[in-house]
Design a binder for this molecule. Structure first.
Ligand SMILES: Cc1ncc(COP(=O)(O)O)c(C=O)c1O
Length: 391
């Protein structure tokens, strides 16, 4: 097995975490087993007491899933990663690991809708207080902090308007107040942004998106220091069991092997499409961190190594024009998922953000003419032709 500290990003993505078995396999093996056998009663007791490391039961660990965990930890620059059955299970694990009744959390208003429900409805039920703030307004984050604030949580870039949070500034703010900073790194992945190096304490992932990259499986992960992850976050997995299956772990670890190439290609295509869309008549505005017109272009350039594959744009003519364009496409998939080789198109105001009140939508900037595209890896000429049908 390679020592991640001695190798570059792509080598880590391809080789980290795999300890060859006695079979001498070149590719990583899948271990479909629910439990593991001990040599003796003494060894069983030592494994259970924690005196001896090793596998016990697949709710806790599995060798295939461990390769994925070690590989992702090596890419994010974290000491430890724990994999979960979904991205939401990973975020729940952060909550269960870090928070207790009476604690307070500050969360960006621009996080994934289900994350809002998790914090508001479910964590609220257990006595955790939540304040939602503007992702981009540092003063608002600061004002929201209370003596019992334990966690700051954000996504950057955010969906669907691609606003950014300043990770270093928010990490400083969290640490000044004895809180932790958790960053959902789904949009950039470690190929384009490493929040731990910028001061974040925890990184969460929906592996369902770019880590797989081909829309095949649902999974998640949390990465951080041994101290931050090894206790209650791993303990929550072990106790509650939102465990990643070895089959899915294998899909994700193979996905990581091409992550950098794919993220660079997604970025190239999204940049070209964003520039092209900016010049089309009927398009009022394009939101993409790789455009100089983006209000946080400089932050994107300093915090990220690429602008990523997600863009959104606003059409003159509101919902009618947006639906007409979406319905006119013949190739791009009308689906809410992102991070796939296949480009996807959505109308946020009536889908992902459809449950927001008109006032909340206005405040969040989700207008009726807004369309989001997660730019896949198809030929650019085909993407433009498909969009032109309805432009
Ligand atoms: C930014 C972000 N975080 C978390 C999630 C949740 O991940 P999952 O669907 O794997 O539970 C999603 C899913 O769409 C997402 O887009």
């Amino acid at each position: 097995m390679i020592d991640p500290d001695e190798y570059g990003f792509s080598t880590r993505a391809i080789r980290a975490g795999h300890q060859r078995t006695n079979e001498g396999e070149h590719g990583e093996p899948i271990f479909p087993t629910s439990s593991f056998v001990f040599d003796s009663a003494e060894q069983a007791a030592a494994r259970f007491s924690g005196d001896e490391p090793g596998n016990i039961y697949a709710r806790f660990t599995n060798p295939t899933v461990r390769i994925f965990e070690q590989r992702l930890a090596a890419l994010e620059g974290g000491e430890r990663c724990v994999a979960f059955a979904s991205g939401m299970a990973a975020i729940l694990a952060v909550c269960m690991g870090v928070l207790k009744a009476g604690d307070h959390v500050v969360v960006s208003r621009s996080v994934f809708g289900t994350t809002v429900v998790l914090f508001n409805q479910f964590m609220g039920k257990f006595g955790v207080e939540v304040s939602f703030v503007s992702l981009t307004d540092l003063a608002e984050w600061e004002q929201a902090i209370r003596p019992n604030t334990r966690l700051l949580f954000l996504e950057t870039p955010a969906n669907p308007l691609t606003q950014l949070g300043d990770i270093s500034a928010l990490a400083d703010l969290a640490h000044q107040h004895g809180a932790l900073l958790a960053v959902d790194n789904v949009f950039c992945t470690p190929a384009l942004q490493q929040p731990l190096a910028l001061g974040a304490d925890l990184v969460t992932h929906s592996a369902t998106k770019y880590l797989d990259g081909q829309g095949r499986a649902v999974g998640g992960a949390v990465v951080g220091s041994e101290e931050a992850i090894g206790g209650e976050i791993y303990g929550f997995l072990r106790t509650a069991g939102p465990t990643m299956s070895p089959f899915n772990g294998w899909i994700f670890l193979k996905g990581l092997e091409t992550l950098k190439l794919r993220m660079e290609a997604h970025t190239r295509s999204a940049t070209e499409l964003a520039q092209w869309l900016s010049k089309q008549s009927g398009v009022e505005r394009v939101h993409y961190p790789g455009l100089e017109s983006h209000p946080q272009y400089e932050l994107a350039a300093s915090q990220q190594q690429g602008a990523g594959g997600i863009l959104s744009f606003e059409l003159e003519g509101g919902k009618e024009a947006a639906w007409r364009l979406i319905n006119a496409t013949q190739m791009i998939s009308i689906t809410a998922n992102l991070g796939d080789t296949k480009s996807t198109i959505t109308h946020p105001a009536t889908t992902t953000h459809g449950r927001l009140t008109a006032e909340d939508k206005e405040q969040a900037g989700i207008r009726d003419g807004l369309i989001r595209i997660a730019v896949g890896l198809e030929d650019m000429v085909d993407l433009k032709r498909d969009l032109l049908r309805g432009l």
